[in-house]
Write a protein that binds this ligand. Structure first.
Ligand code: HEC
Ligand code: HEC
Ligand code: HEC
Ligand code: HEC
Ligand code: HEC
Ligand code: HEC
Length: 454
């Protein structure tokens, strides 16, 4: 009898822990809709209309194997390495635009697919502003929502147990007393499951505490994961207006990063160079190895350079646009290239921003590059090898914090920190600075919320 009871209890513990998983594992088009809006809508329509990426209507018919489709959506760059011919062709068709990797469970992706299969009547195309250029804030709602869901499930469970049990608690407790005193328990039908559970919980405080802990731990873990994956755009690689290649300029022609990103050691932001900086060299360099005159002429159209006379046009802003289009067209001698250059005439080069922290987070380049002596490549990857720049690091809070925990301050080259370090050494005990322990960024307050948040 006791054994049966124990098994029953184990089963119950198991059920309690597993319950939220069952709730979660369900594939639901409703959840899919939320996930789609948060992660996919800035590049895809659910209709067959092309946007940044293909229209997704009927996509499941285009992929014979569901496992492949899931793998593609989770990480298309990895999937392309399998050499799948359909994916390779599609990738080429979209000029090698890379879809970001997603930290989604299989069932979450199935939910998205379920939503795509039956989007309902809300499936209007997104507005023009979601052009895929800037990382949309949408992804945040996903994290918040899942987090909220778990908290709500938790709260609802507690409330349910409380409410349903109050009236049977007293009876159950009475039974416990009777049982202890060796009396017959009341065999009343009205003692329902909840009452029994509560009675059991009262008897087994320790196990109850363990269950509660496991539940709380699980919910916090989920919350933590949700927070950690908020707004992650690792791998983000938008198409740029001019085929500017870091590989060609930095890798082959050995131009220093600071030549173009000249503010990186002086201020918070690294600037994107103006077209005038390009002109320092491109007055002379009029053709490139890959695109000939086609791409460099876009710079000329922006700044008003006449490559035939090697001088700037006078009063460029006031010149007739059609005449200019005709001029650059004949210089290029190629209709398609001329059409591509036309939008640049008398206008600015609109580079697409790749890295972007949310507004509430503060990051300073000068502090990291100049003071901290952190290399560009540590955070941005081998930019000198990149034909097109992509986001190399996740730029999440966890990423910042991990590095602050591990990286030592370069106090030897910094008078202020040298003194601080000396001070810490002399006050070892108070600051938990043991001999040989690393003097990390954490030690100078690099984990304090206010250092990175307004
Ligand atoms: C930054 C833009 C972007 C985002 C965000 C994005 N995609 Fe894509 N997606 C693309 C592009 C571009 C392609 C075309 C293939 C390529 O160039 O990689 C594509 C292709 C696909 C394909 C293959 C379509 C076909 O016709 O076979 C599927 C499926 C897909 N995406 C699903 C998703 C899902 C699901 C999400 C959200 C979880 C998502 N994508 C988010 C840009 C994006
Ligand atoms: C000849 C000028 C030039 C040089 C040299 C150069 N860059 Fe750039 N960089 C640009 C331009 C133009 C852009 C914007 C277009 C693009 O993203 O490719 C850019 C963009 C970037 C971006 C992405 C900015 C964003 O939108 O988030 C990073 C990161 C970057 N550069 C890092 C580097 C690093 C690191 C080096 C040195 C290894 C370097 N650059 C050298 C011109 C230059
Ligand atoms: C410690 C990590 C780290 C290092 C080192 C670093 N960057 Fe950045 N970089 C970032 C982050 C984070 C952003 C996004 C900043 C934002 O949105 O405020 C960024 C953004 C940029 C941008 C886009 C413009 C901007 O400032 O928002 C450029 C260009 C850039 N970095 C170039 C460089 C170059 C060149 C170097 C080396 C001289 C460098 N970075 C070193 C983390 C780093
Ligand atoms: C310090 C000199 C220098 C600066 C500054 C510079 N470039 Fe270049 N650029 C070069 C050289 C050198 C080449 C390669 C010429 C060759 O190999 O034939 C080149 C080639 C190019 C090409 C041709 C690519 C191809 O394969 O056809 C483009 C486009 C280009 N640069 C754009 C830019 C832009 C945009 C800027 C400003 C953000 C810029 N460059 C700034 C030196 C420079
Ligand atoms: C590759 C390692 C690395 C990464 C990644 C990194 N940091 Fe840092 N950070 C440092 C170093 C090293 C210093 C110490 C600079 C110094 O000596 O003052 C520092 C210092 C700071 C400081 C000043 C701390 C203080 O107490 O004065 C702030 C604020 C900061 N980082 C914000 C960020 C943010 C925000 C991110 C993420 C977007 C980030 N860092 C990512 C290495 C890193
Ligand atoms: C070293 C820098 C750093 C420190 C220290 C830091 N944060 Fe952050 N935090 C960030 C960055 C960067 C982001 C944005 C990450 C993203 O968008 O994925 C962020 C995001 C967040 C978010 C998510 C908000 C959202 O929805 O985008 C919260 C909440 C948060 N931080 C709270 C805190 C608290 C509380 C502390 C102190 C215990 C703290 N942070 C300390 C850098 C830091």
């Amino acid at each position: 009898m006791r054994n049966v009871l124990r098994h029953a209890r184990l089963l119950m513990v198991g059920l309690l822990i597993a319950l939220p998983h069952f709730v979660r594992a369900e594939v639901s088009a409703e959840q899919g809709k939320q996930l789609f809006k948060a992660n996919c809508a800035r590049c895809h329509y659910v209709t067959d209309k092309r946007f940044v990426g293909p229209g997704l209507a009927g996509v499941q018919d285009r992929w014979s194997d569901e496992a492949n489709l899931l793998a593609w959506i989770r990480n298309s760059s990895d999937y392309l390495k399998t050499g799948d011919s359909y994916a390779t062709k599609l990738f080429a068709e979209y000029n090698g635009s890379v879809m970001p990797a997603f930290q989604l469970q299989d069932d979450e992706i199935r939910s998205i697919l379920a939503y795509i299969a039956e989007p309902g009547d809300e499936a209007k195309p997104a507005t023009a502003e979601t052009d895929g250029a800037a990382p949309a804030d949408g992804a945040k709602t996903e994290g918040d929502n899942t987090m909220l869901t778990y908290v709500l499930i938790g709260v609802a469970l507690v409330l349910l147990i409380l409410a349903r049990s109050l009236n049977s608690v007293s009876k159950a407790l009475e039974n416990v007393r009777r049982e202890k005193a060796g009396e017959e328990p009341i065999q009343e039908e009205s003692i329902n499951v909840v009452g029994k559970t509560v009675a059991w919980m009262a008897r087994n405080k320790r196990i109850t505490a363990v269950i509660a802990l496991v539940l709380v731990g699980w919910v916090s873990y989920k919350g933590f994961v949700a927070l950690n994956t908020i707004g992650v755009y690792e791998g983000y690689q938008p198409k740029q207006p001019i085929a500017f290649s870091h590989k060609l300029h930095v890798g082959q022609n050995k131009i220093e990063c600071q030549y173009c990103h000249s503010t990186v050691e002086k201020s918070r932001h690294a600037n994107i160079p103006s077209a005038n900086v390009c002109m320092n060299c491109h007055k002379a360099v009029q053709e490139g190895p890959q695109y000939g005159k086609n791409e460099i002429t876009k710079i000329y159209a922006a700044v008003g350079w006449n490559p035939e006379k090697n001088e700037y046009f006078k009063d460029y802003a006031k010149m007739d646009k059609e005449e200019l289009a005709a001029f650059y067209g004949s210089y290029l001698g190629d209709e398609k290239a001329a059409a591509a250059v036309e939008p640049f005439i008398q206008s600015n080069i609109e580079w697409v921003q790749i890295h972007k922290l949310p507004d509430h987070a503060y990051f300073n380049h000068a502090q990291h590059v100049k003071v901290g002596k952190v290399e560009c490549t540590t955070c941005h990857g081998e930019v000198g090898e990149m034909e097109e720049v992509y986001q190399h690091s996740p730029l999440t809070m966890g990423w910042c914090i991990n590095c602050h925990r591990e990286t030592e301050v370069q106090y030897a080259t910094n008078g202020y920190y040298e003194r601080l370090h000396q001070y810490y050494k002399e006050h070892k005990g108070e600051y938990e600075m043991r001999e040989g322990q690393a003097f990390t960024v954490e030690k100078i307050g690099g984990l304090e919320c206010s250092k990175c948040h307004y």
